[in-house]
Design a binder for this molecule. Sequence first.
Ligand SMILES: CCCCCCCCCCCCCC(=O)SCCNC(=O)CCNC(=O)[C@H](O)C(C)(C)COP(=O)(O)OP(=O)(O)OC[C@H]1O[C@@H](n2cnc3c(N)ncnc32)[C@H](O)[C@@H]1OP(=O)(O)O
Length: 230
Amino acid sequence: MEPSLARCGWRATARVRSAPVSNVPNPGAASGPAPSPPSGPGPLTPPADAAAPVRHPDAPAPGEPLGPHYEHCFGCGEAQPHGLRLRARAGEGVSITAEFTVGPDHQGAPGLAHGGVLATALDETLGSLNWLLRVVAVTGRLQTEFVRPVPVGTVLHLDARVTAVHRRKIYCTATGRLGGPEGPVAVRADALFVEVKVDHFIDNGRQEEIRAAMADPDQFRRVRAFEVNP
Ligand SMILES: CCCCCCCCCCCCCC(=O)SCCNC(=O)CCNC(=O)[C@H](O)C(C)(C)COP(=O)(O)OP(=O)(O)OC[C@H]1O[C@@H](n2cnc3c(N)ncnc32)[C@H](O)[C@@H]1OP(=O)(O)O
């Protein structure tokens, strides 16, 4: 181990030890086979009667930068010094591309991006799909897969698209690649967003920030741009 890592308390662990979760015997073990895992489609699989997504006629043109949806957003806001400052742009169909530069503030292990930060980058990119559907939707479910470590200094190239829509549910998927849009896949996500009204934020957000956001004409304009198909 590097002496500097040892000094700051890091230890290389030879192996992960396992221990019984509980001392209570498993009654199923004596009386028959274990129950089989649940089968059938999971909550991230669109139902058979889901519709194909439709790009809103007033959606930003392919290639157009989207800008932050809220200046204090940890994912995209300009006013968050340690935020991701993710930059997204409209793609073809109901898709988005985005870039996020992993900085020293985003570390988990030394020199590597924190998994939660990478999940945020995926969530933010998927959330930007709202601009193309012109709905307000929040993450209900996010399943992430971490395929490769992501070093500090990397530009993570993200793309996301909506795969299906069913009532208020928006099914979508995203990928993050290292170094370029064709680079190796480092992270992936499948997600379910649920459409909400702007009242979702007004009723649940801290009043201080809600008042400030609604008094800001630029923020008001951005919220209108998300609002349900006029
Ligand atoms: C003022 C400033 C405005 C800024 C605007 C910018 C916004 C952009 C922000 C972007 C930032 C980045 C993004 C972020 O970080 S968004 C922040 C992280 N997400 C949240 O905080 C969401 C918290 N959760 C909720 O508020 C509620 O649970 C929601 C709204 C999601 C649903 O509660 P609600 O009571 O409304 O809905 P419902 O229960 O009638 O369900 C409706 C349908 O959905 C299905 N379902 C629900 N949940 C799940 C689930 N987990 N898995 C599978 N399915 C689920 C359900 O079965 C039903 O299906 P069906 O019966 O129709 O078949």
